[in-house]
Design a protein around this ligand. Structure first.
Ligand code: PLP
Length: 463
């Protein structure tokens, strides 16, 4: 399998070459040349596999330049850090299914992709004797997943900026208690926007970027999308078996359109009917919901909410969907995305909206509804939802009909204890592993919001 750009102006590259790439050089996103549609027989064979075996089979459709035994080893190693045998168990709660994606080291779904990416990075870097320095900024939730992905890995150092004292205690501890020598937590005396601005300006400094081989692990990375497809297959098999049915629906709390794009590709691979529709759930940052319901993809101001990992306006993976939506027409994709960059809005026709709605349903869920859902769901079932998962559950229930409903649980409630406790009216009990973090030694550097100071720090520590 070769890879191409959604804007059509990049020569074909191999899977290995996609692993360290963010954007394609023509400004597009990297996609596989072809998304295979599986036969009935192929699908039934996948059904019998355990999580790691399933991952191997799916990856093999997309990876032709890594030997099977190596790929197998990478997968095994990546998922050893998970606390449960099934990696992403599906549990029936009330009359819906919850796909629990939070059993990795940082208790949220990004571990599924980043644990894999970290092992893959190390393997490929050792093969070519190269080194990289990963740089990123976090508002709290996602930095830890990147750190845990690469902690202790050879030929990799990671620098993660977070706003000092402006992330929740649990989230800060999840990062700063990682004391591996290749991990650098930088607490910036400023806001998350300051952190992002510093990271951006370091990446724009091409000489600095080249000299230290700066790399990102953001959500447009193809290998991350690929790793996320596995649990859609997994959940489809578990629930269709239990319900003895062919078609199901899946509700996905969405921010950057990464997770749900993996679901969309799975829908294509499984044939149109099996995943009847994906339910795109947003919080009050509802650009994607407006797109599905009215064809209005126009940027508004980001509103901070209690589901912060979905506080996104411009969804970085949206271009990939546009590409497939226009039947892999790179010229059209380029035109539309360039227009969007200028006008900050795309308006889709009624006919186009109808076509979108063949694959997606969508609802936006506000903060009040999110808190209410956490409370009511607990009252009815005894199951505690995190705020992101609650957005997905609420949206899913709005469309509940004859199709079995799977809701993706993207984080464990203990990652957002303040919000969840507020909704429930009592303090939730933290898992022992998280309690323990409070007693561990920490390692972080406090720096002013000054690009030059950060630059000097990285220059000193980079590998
Ligand atoms: C990142 C994240 C999301 C959104 O995922 P996207 O791939 O950006 O759509 C939802 N919930 C949690 C807890 C997350 O960390």
């Amino acid at each position: 399998m070769k890879y191409i750009s959604t804007r059509g102006e990049m020569p074909k590259i191999s899977f290995k070459d996609t692993v360290f790439e963010g954007l394609a050089p023509d400004g597009g996103l990297i996609v596989p040349e072809k998304v295979p549609k599986l036969s009935e027989k192929e699908i039934e064979e996948l059904r019998k596999l355990n999580y790691q075996e399933l991952a191997l089979k799916i990856f093999k459709y997309y990876v032709s330049d890594i030997e099977e035994k190596d790929l197998k080893e990478i997968i095994e190693k990546a998922y050893k850090t998970f606390r449960v045998k099934d990696i992403t168990p599906v549990v029936k709660v009330g009359d819906i299914y919850i796909l629990e994606l939070f059993h990795g080291p940082t208790w949220a779904f990004k571990d599924i992709a980043l644990q894999f990416l970290g092992v893959l990075f190390e393997k490929l870097l050792l093969e070519t004797n190269k080194k990289i320095n990963i740089l990123g900024a976090t508002s709290g939730d996602t930095g830890s997943a990147a750190i845990y992905g690469v902690r202790g890995k050879k030929n990799i150092a990671i620098f993660i900026l977070h706003p000092y004292k402006k992330v929740s205690e649990v989230q800060a501890l999840m990062m700063t208690t990682v004391t591996d020598p290749n991990v650098y937590n930088i607490a910036i005396e400023g806001t998350f926007d300051d952190c992002q601005a510093i990271v951006k300006s370091l990446f724009m400094d091409l000489e600095f970027k080249r000299k230290y081989r700066l790399t990102t692990v953001n959500s447009i990375n193809w290998a991350r999308i690929m790793a996320q497809m596995v649990y859609y297959f997994w959940a489809y098999f578990r629930v269709s078996e239990k319900e003895k049915c062919e078609s199901i629906r899946i509700s996905v709390p969405t921010g950057n359109f990464g997770d749900i794009f993996a679901g969309y590709l799975t829908k294509i691979m499984l044939g149109e009917k099996r995943i009847e529709r994906l339910i795109l759930a947003t919080n009050e940052n509802d650009i994607l919901c407006r797109f599905v319901n009215n064809g209005d993809y126009s940027v508004r101001k980001v509103k901070p909410t209690i589901s912060p990992s979905m506080d996104i306006q411009v969804a970085s993976n949206f271009e990939r969907y546009i590409y497939y939506f226009y039947h892999e027409d790179a010229k059209k994709t380029k035109e539309i995305m360039e227009k969007f960059a200028k006008e900050k809005a795309i308006k889709f026709s009624e006919e186009e909206v109808k076509r979108v709605q063949k694959d997606f349903l969508s609802a936006s869920v506000n903060e009040e509804e999110t808190l209410e859902t956490i409370k009511e769901f607990y009252k009815e079932t005894g199951y505690i939802l995190d705020p992101h998962t609650a957005v997905g559950v609420k949206a899913g229930l709005k469309f509940k009909d004859k199709y079995p409903l799977i809701c993706l649980a993207t984080a464990h409630p203990a990652k957002f204890p303040e919000t969840v406790s507020k909704a429930l009216g009592f303090s939730i009990k933290l898992p022992e592993e998280i309690e323990k973090l409070y007693k561990l030694p920490q390692k972080f550097e406090i720096l002013p919001k000054d690009v030059e100071k950060v630059k000097a720090f990285i220059s000193e520590k980079a590998i």
